[in-house]
Design a binder for this molecule. Structure first.
Ligand code: KG4
Ligand code: ZN
Length: 331
């Protein structure tokens, strides 16, 4: 018997649905919300409203492009946490309603675990155990994955996430939200050694990024009018280089401590071309086997929810209809 899962992701500002059959992603449709651009960040109420508008057409599109009828679905998965509560509620209520109407089991998925398991979508996937550096807009973690559902956080940020470091410095440089992809774009034309920004000394496998934002702010305050415009590429390259350096040093420490040499990255920031290159180079230098999800599975997407739900289905980890979404969730 094959297992067909319909998954929904709505934790922040992307509405996404995916169909997965026996652990293979058949469709993954993502509706981005452009309504936030003029506000310089995601506006939670507007995100919830956009999810309400998007959810039916997004699910319809994911089903039809997979050539799949609702009657073929064996389980409905959704992102339960963490995220914006209003956004999570839209996906959760939709998934619960479908589960009740179709009389099919419900699977609640943790968004950060799903980012990691996005590495299991490709044919060329890591075997267990592996390490994963998860870098998103809200989280920065190093996770030791012993099995699909046995994931342990061994290091994390004590303040801002890596994605926030990109977005907040981008804002200081006058770039619109989300600034991460723009820093990536301009950095490709700049000199990463032009400006030096301090790297924090944080114990263990933990990270800190709030100091970087402050150090960029103070540096820019000392400059003359027009400095940013004249040095944008070099500024982006130098900021990006600093963030990647901080991440890579801790990842190397994690490999040395655990002896695990299969290394993945995940989350929105893993779409960064400099980070992807840096991981590959570290792999070649130290003999690691490295894995990076394809771009569409780095930023928020329902395919990663579907693949996680597939492993939960196999383990019979189903949820009852009274499961509630939560904005914050430890694991
Ligand atoms: O995983 P994600 O889509 O959403 C969260 O769960 O947070 O990550 C979004 C973050 C944002 O901070 C965005 O600026 C960053 O990922 N991001 C990038 C790139 N693409 C997305 N940061 C740097 N370079 C990129 N190419
Ligand atoms: Zn995410």
């Amino acid at each position: 018997m094959s297992i067909t899962i319909l998954a929904i992701e709505s934790s922040c500002d992307e509405t996404s649905a995916s169909v997965c059959v026996d652990g293979k992603i058949i469709s993954n449709f993502i509706a981005n919300q452009t309504v936030h651009e003029k506000y310089g960040g995601v506006v939670p109420e507007l995100a919830s409203r956009a999810h309400i508008q998007n959810i039916v057409p997004v699910v319809d599109t994911a089903l039809s492009s997979a050539n799949c009828h609702l009657s073929a679905i064996d389980a409905i998965a959704f992102t339960q946490a963490p995220g914006l509560i209003g956004s999570l509620l839209v996906g959760a209520q939709f998934a619960k309603s479908l589960s009740l109407a179709l009389d099919k089991p419900l699977i609640a998925v943790h968004h950060m675990q799903a980012h990691i398991l996005a590495n299991l979508i490709a044919d060329d996937k890591p075997s267990f155990p592996f390490l994963c550096l998860t870098v998103s807009g809200g989280h920065t973690q190093i996770v030791l994955a012993k099995a699909p559902l046995d994931l342990k956080v061994i290091g994390e940020t004590i303040d801002d996430a890596a994605g926030e470091a990109f977005d907040k410095t981008a804002k200081l440089l006058g770039l619109p939200y989300p600034g991460g992809p723009l820093i990536d774009k301009y950095a490709q034309l700049g000199d990463p050694f032009k400006f030096k920004f301090a790297e924090p000394q944080i114990p263990e496998l933990n990270f800190s990024f709030s100091g970087l934002k402050t150090s960029v702010l103070y540096f820019l305050q000392k400059q003359e009018h027009g400095f940013i415009e004249n040095n944008l590429n070099d500024l982006c390259a130098s900021v990006q280089f600093t963030i990647i350096n901080i991440l890579m040093k801790k990842l190397k420490k994690a490999v040395d401590q655990t002896g695990v040499k299969q290394v993945c990255i995940a989350g929105g920031v893993s779409a960064n071309s400099g980070l992807r290159k840096a991981l590959q180079q570290m792999g070649e230098k130290y003999g690691w086997q490295t894995f990076i999800p394809s771009f569409e599975y780095c930023t928020d997407n329902a395919a990663m929810i579907a693949i996680t739900a597939y492993y939960k289905f196999l383990a019979e980890e189903f949820s009852s209809l009274d499961v509630s979404p939560t904005a914050r969730a430890e694991w």
